[in-house]
Structure formats: C-alpha cells, structure tokens
Design a protein around this ligand. Structure first.
Ligand code: SF4
Ligand code: FES
Length: 255
C-alpha cells in the first residue's frame, strides 16, 4: 500500500503545531497502525522519507501494543483509535484502509491533556484522579480473608469486571465535545463500589474523584454518548448513571 499521511507535528507544549504531509510506501495490510508509523519513522531517520520542517521522527505513545496499557492515543481520520470498533490504535490493522488513501493523524485534543510533543499528550490528570480515590485500603497484615472467600452476587461481579476493563486511554475524553472524563471516572468508581472490598471508602471515593476531575478542567457530561461509541473496551454509559447515583447518596454523608 502507498499512503499519504497528514500528521500533527509540534515540537513542544508552547510551540506552534501544524499538519505535515508524508508519503509512505510498501505498507503491508497486515501491519498494525503503529508498525506503519514505525516504517515512517525509519524512513525519516534514514533519509528515504522527506523530513519536511526538520521535525525528526514522529513522537507517539505506546507500550504493550496489545490493547492493554492504554498508551496508544491517536485521533485517526476524526475518530479516537481510528475506524475500528472495540480496538485500540495498536490493534488497528492497515487492512482497514485503502491503497492510495490519505490518513489524518492527530493527538488527543483536550485542555486536560496538554500536548507534550507531536502525538504525545500528558494524561497525568487521570493519574491524579486515581490518586484521589481509585484504590481500596486493605490491611494485608495478619489473617486477611481470602478475597475469593467473600460471596459477591454474580450480577455485581460481572458489572465490576466489565468496568475494570477500562484501560485509562482517554479516548472517551478526546471524543467528547465537552472533554468530559465521566466515562473513565464512572468506570473506576463502579468497579470499586460494587465490591465489598471497596465498600468502606465508597462515599469519600466518589466525592474525591469527582472533585479532582473537576479541578483538572474536564468538561461536563451532556449525554451525547460519543464516549461509549469510541471506547475501545465498550465501557457502558450506565456506569455514568451509576456514578451519579453514588455521588448523590454520598453527598448526604459527612465523609
Ligand atoms: S472509559 Fe474507555 S475510552 Fe475512556 S479511558 Fe476507559 S477504556 Fe479508554
Ligand atoms: S500500546 Fe498498549 S493499548 Fe495500545
């Protein structure tokens, strides 16, 4: 395949950015999207691809390359993680595109995810939300009860498991016109509040995580549902409804 890539290039957070065109060839349809960018970067490094603007290789985030870590954040042809459903950018294959196609590649766009360089954004706002309450305090000394010995209704266990599949990629924020982080935060709140291990801190957890979310500059949810459509893990909007319920109940407590 031969492709034209239009990629957002930006040297640093305070620098001006622009879309830059690149031509790549010999792309196999079996390559992943990130492998295609590897080919581009190798071409820029060895000089076989014109490095317009002297930006050097394209900076992008990745780690596991198998849909687990949530690092590979890219907006591809106007969609978070590109045209595939239920896949991250690293799981997207070039067979989803046509020979001769022009592909637009941009970073996540959100005030709460400032650009570091090119396609790399700073998503530490998610880390700070997790630090505010996305954990359970378990006493691991002494005769701690085996987690598997605690009965949990199947419906709760299934829902908690589904919510726990959120990989914190931020596609929900990037695809929301309000840059809302409600899908992410609600998945984390739901996962912990449905299990007995997370019950002790449930009131302060939801209050603290929502407070931190607001402080980070994420927008409000207006129920457009774009987040659910673009989420690579199929996190359901019903988690947001559940978090609102949790928050309302917690607001009547002094914790
Ligand atoms: S809710 Fe979905 S889109 Fe949002 S961070 Fe989690 S996995 Fe990514
Ligand atoms: S690189 Fe880990 S999810 Fe894509």
């Amino acid at each position: 395949m031969k492709l034209t890539l239009k990629i957002w290039r930006q040297n640093g957070p305070e620098e001006k950015g622009e879309m830059v065109d690149y031509q790549v060839s010999d792309i196999s349809e079996d390559m992943s999207f990130l492998e295609m960018i590897d080919v581009l970067n190798e071409g820029i490094i060895d000089g076989s691809i014109d490095d317009k603007g002297n930006y050097g290789p394209v900076a992008f985030d990745h780690d596991c390359r198998e849909g687990i870590c949530g690092m590979c954040s890219m907006y591809i042809n106007g969609e978070a993680h590109g045209p595939g459903r239920g896949v991250t950018t690293c799981q997207l294959h070039m067979r989803e595109f046509n020979d001769g196609e022009t592909i637009y590649i941009e970073p996540w766009r959100s005030k709460a995810f400032p650009i570091v360089k090119d396609l790399v954004t700073d998503r530490s706002s998610f880390d700070r939300i997790m630090q505010a309450g996305g954990y359970v305090s378990v006493n691991t000394s002494g005769n701690t009860q085996d987690g598997n010995a605690i009965p949990i209704p199947k419906e709760n266990a299934d829902w908690a498991f589904d919510a726990a599949t959120c990989i914190g990629c931020g596609a929900c924020v990037a695809s929301c016109k309000n840059s809302s982080a409600m899908l992410f935060v609600s998945a984390k709140v739901t996962q912990l509040s449905l299990l007995p291990q997370g019950d002790v801190e449930r009131n302060r957890r939801v209050k603290n995580m929502v407070k931190q979310m607001d402080e980070e500059g994420f927008g409000n949810c207006t129920n457009t549902g774009a987040c659910e459509v673009e989420c690579p893990k199929g996190i359901s909007l019903k988690n947001i409804a559940r978090m609102n319920q949790e928050y309302l109940k917690a607001s009547f407590t002094t914790e």
